[in-house]
Design a protein around this ligand. Structure first.
Ligand code: FEO
Length: 401
């Protein structure tokens, strides 16, 4: 996929619609894009590359935009391999190219690819003239790796933001937000933000969620700029929906959430699942927004993490399993703790047969993660039955705090 964003900037990234998971673990029901950009002036700068396996399409896109002109600079904003994997073939194609990056990234470049020559090291605020326009470089460590920087093109008021403001979801149509929609989902070209919002929350929760404070620092750094265009490494180029996108990232990185309940569970034979369903129905009857995540059916915690960032209350269900909790639920709770999720209320539920204890384990993990544990938990013995699981009382507790 390639397109001219304006006379200076072109998109030369790729859609990945065949990859089933991102980072080897996060499901991609709508695919993902690996974004790369050209800034064309007297000199040509390429900003980031793409993931392994896309070299043919990537070089086709570049040629479609600049023909046989050579690329003079490769700007490396971020070294995670979904953006840096094509660095070696880029150097092979344009042997005179100079890699422009910071010292931390340069060390990683050597570690990943062995490349340690023809690198221009930049520091905070350094500029690179391209002819009539210049790029400048600004460090945003831990958004999402320690070496991460963003590139600012003052003449176009454009920030090449790396993973910041990125999202899952392959891009259908044009890369610009007012002409793009989420591939494989019905959504209008007019409102890419609404189309991509869920995948942006999931991307943030899964990938960047641990780094709320660095994202806040990056937002403060960018707040003084008059930004007309955000070019992230994943998802649409934001032009018309910048306030909404920045606001969403700001809220998520402050762990700010809507009032509602994220119901997350694992279930062996459907009894804890039935309780989750009853709780969801009781919450809905009270007008409380809620969503349910079966960690086994969803093949992991990805969507459940997104819900954890969306809602202020977390209800987690697990059968007591080997006097502990269901393994997938333990994995989810570990991920919540790793992400440093703040300001969430918590309650547990689940079935047991000969010995209980699952709720106690869950409550302990929640307390260790800094969540506010609201009650001892709603356990019930063996098969689900409404007489054993007071969904109404549970929903009242979660609704009212
Ligand atoms: Fe899309 Fe942190 O790489």
């Amino acid at each position: 996929m390639h397109s001219k964003i304006n006379d200076r900037i072109s998109y030369v990234g790729v859609n990945d619609l065949r990859g089933r998971v991102f980072e080897g673990q996060w499901p991609l029901p709508h695919g993902v894009s690996y974004n790369s950009y050209l800034v064309v002036d007297d000199k040509v700068a390429l900003i980031d590359t793409a993931a392994a396996g896309f070299a043919d399409e990537f070089f086709f896109n570049i040629k479609a935009e600049i023909g046989d002109r050579k690329v003079d600079y490769l700007i490396v904003n971020h070294m995670e391999p979904d953006h840096s994997a094509l660095m070696v073939p880029v150097r092979e194609k344009w042997p005179d190219i100079r890699i422009v990056t910071n010292a931390k990234a340069a060390a990683m470049i050597k570690e990943f690819s062995g490349i340690d020559t023809d690198i221009i090291l930049v520091k905070e605020g350094d500029t690179l003239p391209l002819g009539h326009c210049s790029l400048s470089f600004h460090m945003v460590p831990m958004v999402h790796w320690p070496e991460t920087m963003v590139t600012w093109l003052e003449d176009e008021k454009t920030v090449f933001s790396g993973d910041a403001f990125g999202c899952f979801g392959a891009v259908c149509g044009d890369i610009r937000d007012y002409q793009s929609s989420l591939y494989k989902a019905s959504s209008s070209f007019e409102n890419a933000f609404e189309a991509f919002k869920g995948e942006m929350q999931r991307y943030y929760a899964d990938i960047v969620g641990k780094y709320g404070a660095p994202v806040q620092a990056a937002l403060r750094k960018l707040s003084g700029l008059e930004i007309k265009r955000i070019c992230p490494t994943h998802g649409p180029v934001w032009e018309e929906r910048i306030p909404q996108v920045v606001s969403l990232y700001d809220r998520m990185s402050r762990y700010d959430a809507d009032h509602g309940v994220n119901i997350v569970y694992g279930s062996m034979y459907g009894n804890t699942a039935a309780a989750a369903q009853a709780l969801s129905e009781a919450l809905t009857a009270r007008g409380i927004p809620n969503e349910m995540h079966d960690l086994v059916a969803e093949q992991g915690p990805s969507f459940a993490y997104a819900g954890t960032f969306r809602y202020d209350t977390l209800a987690v269900g697990s059968p007591t399993y080997n006097t502990d909790i269901f393994p997938a639920v333990r994995d989810f709770m570990h991920g919540v703790a790793l992400r440093g999720v703040k300001g969430r209320r918590f309650a547990s539920f689940g079935s047991y047969t000969w010995v209980g204890g699952g709720n106690k384990v869950l409550n302990s993990l929640a307390a260790e993660a800094g969540l506010e544990v609201l009650c001892d938990g709603y356990g019930f013995k063996s098969g689900y039955d409404p007489s054993k699981f007071d969904a109404a009382a549970f929903a009242d507790l979660l609704a009212n705090g």
